[in-house]
Design a protein around this ligand. Structure first.
Ligand SMILES: [Zn+2]
Length: 305
């Protein structure tokens, strides 16, 4: 039943799906004259980002395989799509120091062991996501809980508690961790686990990033330069005004809005359950910070105001 509903959504988005063209005025990207002394942010699709500062780089939730909706709805075996991962990684810095993962779902973690094997980056994730990654071949993982702080090169990373949006009334793939030590195979094996958010401080700038959340758990009450807020589903949208009130961001980047069942080379298309008009409306109402959008692999540098 749920599979059928997902399929319906998938097909309807083929008809209704819109790209970023209608929002050209909101798209941020570097130009020839952009100062290079800030934090360079590159959107990798879904909830994936690369942050670069002074020759150092970090990733959040890199996911290039973009498994199609039919495979997910049918519960097929999932494997990273190696040509797509290789193509996506052409846009990454030569040296990546760490990969931060918000939770264990396939659209956040599936490609991480492959990216780790090619970059030797360390993984920072919840215990359940770290366990999944190791079962999928990651050489190591730094399992963290909310409250942890990691200093890596110029980066100070604070780990924060988060929640996950509900889909059809419940958090998807939310079953408890299994004792199974084999590699995760089907979509449901990539369990949510304990969702995390991160506050990244570098070069005097503060970036908050999460993957969405319910109104019950808001980000911390701290002003940030850039708030990257997951906006895939209605729970995230419901908490948006309060999140903006707490974070008081200079820039607001709604995330996880694209249709991540389509390959990256098909271009950005909003997902069927997103509602960007409402997000834009709520940001205008809140009148806190500049709302921006990023296109795939088009870097934008966050400079100090
Ligand atoms: Zn998820």
């Amino acid at each position: 039943m749920k599979g059928a509903l997902l399929l319906f959504l998938g097909f309807s988005t083929q008809v209704l799906g819109a790209g970023l063209n209608s929002y050209a005025d909101l798209i941020a990207r570097d130009s020839e004259t952009t100062p290079r002394d800030g934090v360079r942010v590159t959107y990798l699709g879904t909830n994936g980002y690369q942050f670069e500062f002074d020759g150092h780089a970090l990733l959040v939730d890199p996911y290039f395989s973009r498994v199609d909706l039919l495979s997910i709805a049918l519960g097929s075996r999932l494997q990273p799509d190696m040509p797509r991962v290789a193509e996506g990684m052409r846009h990454l810095a030569p040296k990546i120091e760490a990969i931060l993962v918000t939770h264990g779902h396939f659209d956040h973690l599936l490609d991480v062991p492959t990216v780790m094997s090619r970059t030797h980056a360390r993984l920072i994730a919840s215990a359940s996501a770290a366990n999944l990654a190791k079962r999928a071949g990651a050489p190591s993982a730094d399992a963290v809980t909310a409250g942890a702080v990691r200093r890596i090169g110029p980066w100070k990373i604070r780990v924060l508690a988060a929640t996950h949006d509900r889909l059809f009334g419940k958090v998807p793939f939310d079953q408890p961790e299994t004792r199974d030590s084999g590699p995760p195979q089907r979509p449901a094996d990539w369990i949510c686990g304990e969702p995390l958010a991160f506050l990244i401080e570098v070069g005097g700038q503060r970036i908050y990033v999460d993957s969405g959340g319910t109104p019950a758990l808001l980000p911390p009450h701290e002003r940030v330069d850039l708030a990257i807020l997951g906006m895939a589903l209605s729970d995230s949208r419901a908490r948006l005004p309060a999140a903006l009130e707490r974070l008081q961001p200079s820039y607001i980047l709604p995330s996880h809005q694209d249709n991540f069942f389509r390959p990256l080379d098909a271009g950005f298309q909003f997902g069927p359950l997103t509602d960007f008009s409402r997000v834009r409306h709520d940001c205008e109402q809140a009148n806190r910070g500049h709302l921006i959008l990023l296109d795939y692999f088009r870097p934008w540098t966050l400079t100090r105001k």
